[in-house]
Design a protein around this ligand. Structure first.
Ligand SMILES: [Zn+2]
Length: 466
């Protein structure tokens, strides 16, 4: 007997569709798409959109989101949370995990995500196919999301010798027990030496894998600005702009796919836009360029950082920028320069944040933030948002034929959103073990009600959620 799930009476939205209808998922894959009011559909579990939405609007059914950039801190070490009274450390030995594979996966599912790339800057660093494969196997056993651990470019992210990326081309591409990463990245730092960076890019080219570049190699100019006592907002801008230039130049030289992580300055958006004009399929070797923006850079500015504490709860790399930069990101989204939205979900303890640890959690708020800012404020269509958060990132990972769309044969990875409802961030406890969200207390439109992974319900919002 096939495992069957019927989702009827929804607004079906993906990158090419926005219409009323129903979807039948069988054995983990979308089997049928039925436009218009649902006929009598029987067999299996039924979720009726007519019983879910608020304000008489049918809720939206969308392909599950795909995140190109998250930190699950697993494997890792617990931190003592200095925000808790010292006695509790002694008496109860209270140690706090910023995140685990389990909590990160629950947070992702609650945010509408079905596929997540987690970065390699854990303890130990994910720098061999074996370590990546172990993490992948643990995630598969949980079954909440599809996790694709990224592989670092250099061993222990020390920038000295290549990571196990060299061994990847010797591994079979599929089969039981094999895991080939879909993205390579040194995440929080650039590889400093051009020679070793190019060697890693040559491996990426051979494997046909994208390399996500953090872009913070600011060179002499950024060092000079730092030395002259300039504020972070000045030298970090030079770092991002120079780092972006360098990643594009080296990617061109190596002929591989460069993916620029968390673009945040107007200049970096312009660099990507100009570069894309010169790259066309079949033009030279396999150089291609994509980029992502993070919800916090799309929605917040340095004003918010000052309110939250620029060196504590408002701190993130790259920093929250100016309103002009924020508008440049939105212009980049509108004209297609920005390909994808990625969370850079970065859990930290309260003590860590107070001490200046950079980054925000984002998996549980990304859809609401983007729906509120882009769809409600800037008139971007829900279909375009679905492309930015689902179909395009799936294609960047080489999974475009498998997920990110609502069409027969695609995976039954879907989520239900009430686009008429609003929710205050933090009103429900986060699934993430951390709570370092810059959106705490904000009311966001567009509420994730349910998430379906491989045809099975993995998140169901509590009653009274909206
Ligand atoms: Zn990151």
């Amino acid at each position: 007997m096939a495992h069957r799930l019927v989702l009827k009476n929804f607004r079906l939205v993906d990158e090419t569709m926005n219409r009323f209808g129903s979807v039948v998922v069988e054995d983990g894959r979308i089997r049928d798409l039925i436009p218009g009011p649902a006929p009598a559909l029987s067999g299996g579990r039924v979720i009726d959109g007519g019983c879910l939405g608020s304000a008489g609007e049918p809720p939206a059914l969308l392909p599950a989101l795909v995140d190109l950039h998250a930190h699950f801190r697993d494997p890792g070490l617990a931190e003592k949370d200095a925000a808790l009274p010292a006695e509790t450390w002694v008496l109860q030995e209270t140690w706090f995990l910023q995140e685990t594979l389990e909590s990160g996966s629950l947070a992702a599912a609650a945010g509408g995500y079905g596929t997540v790339v987690c970065m390699a800057n854990t303890k130990p660093v994910i720098d061999t196919p074996e370590k990546a494969g172990l993490l992948k196997a643990r995630s598969d056993a949980l079954g909440l999301i599809d996790l694709y651990p990224a592989l670092s470019l250099t061993r222990a992210m020390e920038g000295r010798e290549l990571s196990g990326v060299r061994d990847l081309s010797r591994l079979p591409r599929s089969g039981p027990g094999t895991y080939v990463p879909r993205l390579l990245s040194e995440d929080g730092r650039d590889v400093a030496g051009d020679g070793i960076f190019l060697a890693a890019l040559a491996e990426a080219r051979r494997l046909g894998l994208p390399v996500s570049c953090h872009c913070d190699a600011g060179g002499a100019e950024a060092e000079a600005a730092k030395g002259a006592g300039q504020p972070r907002e000045v030298w970090s801008r030079i770092e991002e702009n120079q780092g972006t230039r360098r990643a594009i130049a080296l990617g061109r030289e190596a002929g591989c796919h460069i993916h620029i992580a968390h673009v945040s300055t107007g200049e970096a958006v312009a660099l990507v836009r100009d570069c894309k004009k010169t790259v066309s399929p079949g033009n030279g070797p396999a150089f291609s360029l994509t980029c992502e923006a993070a919800p916090h850079h799309i929605a917040l500015t340095g004003e918010d950082a000052r309110r939250l504490g620029p060196e504590s709860h408002g701190r993130v790399n790259p920093p929250l920028r100016t309103e002009a930069d924020r508008r440049a990101l939105i212009a980049g989204i509108l004209d297609g320069t920005i390909d994808a939205i990625a969370t850079d979900h970065a859990p930290h303890t309260q003590a860590g944040k107070a001490g200046g640890a950079p980054g925000f959690i984002g998996l549980e708020t990304a859809f609401g933030v983007c729906f509120t800012e882009l769809v409600r404020e800037d008139g971007i269509s829900l279909s375009r948002l679905s492309a930015l958060m689902s179909a395009v990132p799936a294609r960047i990972l080489g999974l475009g034929g498998d997920r990110g769309r609502i069409a027969p044969g695609f995976r039954g990875d879907l989520f239900i959103a009430d686009t008429a409802a609003a929710r205050t961030v933090g009103a429900e406890p986060f699934k993430s073990r951390s709570r370092n969200s810059p959106f705490l207390g904000r009311e966001l439109r567009g509420v994730v009600l349910m998430t379906i992974h491989g045809g099975r319900l993995v998140f169901n919002a509590p009653v009274g959620y909206t």
